[in-house]
Design a protein around this ligand. Sequence first.
Ligand code: CA
Length: 374
Amino acid sequence: MTGAVGFGVFSVDGDEPRVGFRVGRGVLDLAANGLGAVFEAPTLNPFLALGRSSWEDTVARIQELVPAGADLVPLEDASVELPLAVADYVDFYSSLEHATNLGRLFRPDTDPLLPNWRHLPVAYHGRAGTVVVSGTPIVRPSGQTKGPADDAPHFGPSGRLDIELELGFVVGVGSSLGEPVPTSAFRDHVFGVVLVNDWSARDIQAWEYQPLGPFLGKSFATSIGAWVTPLALLEDRFVSSPGQDPEPLPYLRTSGDWALDVELEVELSGTVVSRTNACGLYWTMPQQLAHATVNGAAIRTGDLFASGTISGPEHGSEGSFIELTSNGEHPIGLADGSTRTFLEDDDEVVLRGRAGELELAEVRGRILPARVSS
Ligand code: CA
């Protein structure tokens, strides 16, 4: 198989939404091809809950059916929906380069990394109910902001609307309350990955975030790809991670290769403005899951965990506009001759990921004007 691959939910001509497998420019209707009634559901969740052997059996069946010439629904005839009912959503902060870049911007006179950063995968709980599928328009959020020179906060549309290029993983099999999920059990719980755009209103975020972290500057929308790519199709893309220095506590140690070699790019209104790779992340997915559950917090089918913004070390490999433009000081040029610092109304952002011959489903979103101005 080549091109974009993954499991999602689709319908044709307004019929009942059901689970399909996208391969390139076509969709395999799984229930209609005899893979099971679980695929008649309007979300991936019942399939996700079945567990690793069912996931791998299904992928193996698909790998027989597709080359044998199974009928595919043309992608342009398929309407897609959010592929899963998102249970909980957690967003990490696992790129050393991103955390360093933002630390320099927000706290210029101190060490850019806070003391905990190299010892644990920092994260916050996001809003599962506003995770949306690729293609959903994004309304510019309004909120409270207060610039450094302002005497008092004011209310209005965000003037510093940004993106965050991220890779997320989706939980299939949950865990029991009180029982941590060790790094070694990652593949027993996690089904696959999606690209994530964690839309961020930097001006709202900057005023609200201390001391409890992101809230309204993030919760207005988070976009994910329409098709979840199973780990079973990405086995040859796992490479060694940069590792951690100092060595983390025992519950965060892993064996084997856990960095995912996925080439990533950000396109803004027709111009590619950033290219990077997910394999450079400091903390890996099993470490993120082990940390999120080490206190006994249970995970559930449909949980979404995102990596945090993925930025590389060179200019042009940053995963957000606040980094690409040095906090708005150095605009970037687009192919049509215009320049941008942060997003303008009608701008469209597309995130793409390539893993060798395969692609992760793109994440696309266009900015609509604010609906609340005062
Ligand atoms: Ca984020």
